[in-house]
Design a protein around this ligand. Structure first.
Ligand SMILES: [Fe+2]
Length: 357
């Protein structure tokens, strides 16, 4: 079975796609975005997947790829098309090549026109294809920079994408109106630029009169993407917290395991955000914990110590996750949530006090 997730970057309106094999847990990630690598990495780890490859559909002009960054974090290989001219990839892909993950694979189809190195990745059973900035939903990528050519794009779409099965679902690299997926049949019929009875000269006429503004990010994104997203010296991304062993959840919270806290109790102050009756109830509390119920936390941040990081705890780890959001908004930078709360703490038979039994 295929595991499939579609993620969105709101700044650049880019879609990133995670495909994985349910049995072997091997995965590929299409068009990752540099600023979203933490998010995507968290999802990959939560789902228990092994990322084999990041695959870019082309050298993007509107965002920096997360390929290099993901390689640093998860050890994935970088795959890009040989025609892209990118340096620093582990695998340069040519048309017809397959990238396997478990029992599945994607096949590379050359679909130049937006750039000369653009490719479409087609899932082995042809049920899904990832068209990058070639075919968009009821639109197409622009053809007015980066070796773009409307004539070339017309042939790419008609010969490489519209020849896929009618029911094949098409997933683009971008959408600016909130649409997420289309199909070959739909685009053949309704794409105003490339569908129906539109001919090559109609498309060229359409594309040469778009008068689009210069992309804001192009001068930064293209040079970085030609190196698969490796940053310049002095432009390294923010480091992960190093004051404790933490993992980032896909929900966006830095999580601490109970055993780590028990073994490094002096590393942080514990803020218990339950109600007073729970603090002295059947689950007890962690020695030295300061009780500040969640509903009072925002108003009482001034009472909290600043000399060490803060770890929040509640019954099951939900309210305390919200507490980390409140604390970060109040300016506390080193904050983590105790995973599983006092329930997990007790299950793991870690020391408690104040238990009212
Ligand atoms: Fe693009």
């Amino acid at each position: 079975m295929l595991i499939f997730r579609q993620m969105f970057d709101t700044t650049s309106s880019t879609y990133t796609y995670l495909l994985a094999d349910n049995r072997t847990r091997e995965a590929v990630l299409i068009d990752p975005v540099f600023e979203q690598v933490r998010r995507d990495g968290a999802l990959i780890e939560e789902l228990g997947l092994k990322l084999l490859y990041t695959l870019d559909t082309h050298v993007h002009a509107d965002h920096v790829t997360g390929a290099w960054m993901m390689k640093q974090r998860l050890g994935s290989c970088i795959g890009v098309s040989a025609a892209s001219g990118s340096a620093g990839a582990d695998r340069l892909l040519n048309p017809g090549e397959k990238v396997a993950f478990g029992d599945h694979h994607v096949e590379v189809r050359a679909t130049p026109g937006h750039t000369h190195g653009c490719v479409t990745y087609v899932l082995g059973d042809k049920s899904r294809a990832f068209t990058g900035d070639c075919l968009l939903i009821r639109g197409s990528g622009r053809t007015d920079f980066q070796q773009g050519s409307a004539r070339t794009m017309f042939h790419s779409v008609r010969e490489q994408i519209f020849t896929l099965p009618e029911e094949c679902l098409l997933f683009p690299a971008h959408d600016y109106r909130g649409l997420t997926v289309t199909s070959v049949a739909e685009e053949k019929r309704f794409n105003p630029r490339l569908g129906g009875t539109i001919c090559e000269n109609d498309f060229v006429g359409y594309m040469t009169n778009l008068n689009l503004p210069h992309p804001k990010q192009i001068d930064i994104a293209v040079p970085a993407n030609l190196k698969c997203g490796a940053p310049e010296e002095g432009h390294m991304p923010p480091k992960d917290p190093d004051w404790a062993q933490l993992t980032l959840s896909t929900a966006g919270t830095w999580e601490m395991q109970p055993t780590w806290l028990a073994e490094h109790r002096a590393a942080a102050h514990v803020i218990d955000v339950r109600e007073p009756a729970e603090f002295t109830g059947e689950l007890g509390h962690i020695k030295g914990a300061k009780l500040v119920p969640l509903g009072q936390l925002a108003a009482r941040v001034g009472e909290l110590p600043k000399d060490r990081p803060l770890v929040t705890v509640c019954r099951a780890g939900g309210r305390s996750a919200q507490a980390t959001v409140i604390l970060q908004k109040a300016g506390f930078e080193r904050v983590a949530n105790l995973t599983g709360g006092m329930l997990r703490w007790n299950q793991e038979k870690l020391p408690v006090e104040g238990r009212n039994t």
